[in-house]
Design a protein around this ligand. Structure first.
Ligand SMILES: *Cc1c(COP(=O)(O)O)cnc(C)c1O
Length: 360
């Protein structure tokens, strides 16, 4: 049942919150859920054992270590960066929220690049941060580098998503450089799907050059921990300290910290699955592109954006007749008739191919 807000309670809410509705991504009970860009393969068994063992050893009667030092130590090794340059959050979403608390607010400006992850606009609104939109190319979804650089000059915060959700494309590093140079505020590169991209695509290599650059990662996508809620930002020690200053002290539970330590330590175990998802992405993409009337955009991520005639109806029929759930973007500005399909297991992808072949 979707929750609703009565008119009486709405009248009591802050203006920036009163227009909102409870987040409800239309989850339905289906056999094949390819709607949320999770890793549908699940954890490899040895990684899951290590995770459960780490969780079993926690002291749940004690508060968590506020800045999740054990997780930072593991990630510092992986990224070759000082632990003081890593902020841990209750999912990447918490870090995005804290970014607005620390750097946004009334009279300050976010530069956003739609169509993109809707959470940025939501949090900007909650934190009463005005938005300058620099729209992507309506056909290719490429960001407009010159317009971004221009807008970045007067921005307090720029968010670029690479690969972008839901369009799947990367932001060229040259654009990242130019935006970092133009902007006196913070430039966040959201790389939630970076593990699925070609090597060398990450803006991480620019962190030592630009003190205003921050790079967001999550364990929710490639590393099978969407249910656990762990995200992290790599940035300067100052930006990390600013994020630490505004956060809720105990937002990352002992269970999540334990799981994150195990997953990061065992990250090599996830690589074969990540490689398989990338392979399946190519297969799913070419099979769907071969269907009459279907357009598929290139993707550096674990999902595909597709355009089909009468997409909302196709979305319903996938759900009701084939028990497959994908994400309907057909009502999002700039994404008419678009659906986003998470790349699943070979069996799940076969189901999608068969279903769309039948429906087209
Ligand atoms: C999934 C996602 C995130 C973060 O997800 P969490 O589960 O909160 O870590 C961040 N940015 C984008 C673009 C995403 O798609």
């Amino acid at each position: 049942m979707p929750q609703t807000i009565s008119a009486e309670v709405r009248a009591l809410m802050r203006p920036s919150a009163a227009a909102l509705e409870p987040y409800d991504p239309a989850f339905s009970r289906v056999e094949v859920n390819l709607s949320a860009n999770e890793n549908t393969y699940g954890m490899p068994a040895p990684a899951r054992e290590a995770t459960l063992a780490e969780i079993a050893a926690v002291a749940e009667n004690r508060y968590p270590v506020p800045l999740a030092d054990a997780v930072r130590a593991e990630l510092a090794q992986v990224h070759g960066i000082a632990p003081e340059r890593i902020a841990i959050g209750n999912g990447g979403d918490e870090l995005l929220f804290n970014l607005f608390i620390a750097f946004g607010g009334a009279g300050r400006v976010l530069v956003n690049c739609p169509p993109t992850f809707s959470v940025y606009e939501l949090y900007a609104g909650l934190a009463e941060t005005p938005i300058t939109n620099v729209p992507r190319d309506p056909e290719t979804f490429e960001p407009d580098a010159d317009a971004l650089v221009e807008a970045a000059r007067s921005a307090n915060l720029v968010i670029l998503t690479s690969p972008n959700n839901p369009t799947g494309d990367l932001v060229p590093l040259e654009t990242v450089r130019r935006v970092c140079e133009a902007c006196s505020g913070i430039v966040l590169l959201d790389e939630a799907y970076g593990e699925f991209s070609a090597p060398g695509a990450s803006a991480e290599s620019l962190l030592d050059t630009y003190a205003n650059l921050a790079v967001l990662h999550t364990l929710s996508k490639a590393f099978c921990l969407a249910g656990g809620r762990i995200g992290y930002i790599l940035a300067s020690t100052d930006v990390v300290a600013a994020l630490a200053a505004v956060r809720q002290p105990y937002s990352v539970s002992v269970f999540d910290q334990a799981a994150a330590v195990a997953v990061v330590r065992e990250r090599a175990l996830f690589m074969p699955t990540i490689a398989q998802i990338v392979q399946e992405r190519a297969r799913l993409s070419s099979r769907l592109a071969a269907l009459e009337g279907v357009r598929v955009w290139p993707s550096e991520s674990n999902f595909l954006l597709v355009r089909v005639p009468d997409a909302h109806r196709v979305w319903e029929r996938l759900r009701d007749e084939h028990s497959i759930l994908v994400r309907d973007f057909s009502r999002t500005p700039g994404l008419a008739d678009c659906l986003r399909i998470t790349v699943g297991t070979p069996e799940e992808n076969d189901r999608v191919i068969a279903a769309l072949s039948a429906l087209m």
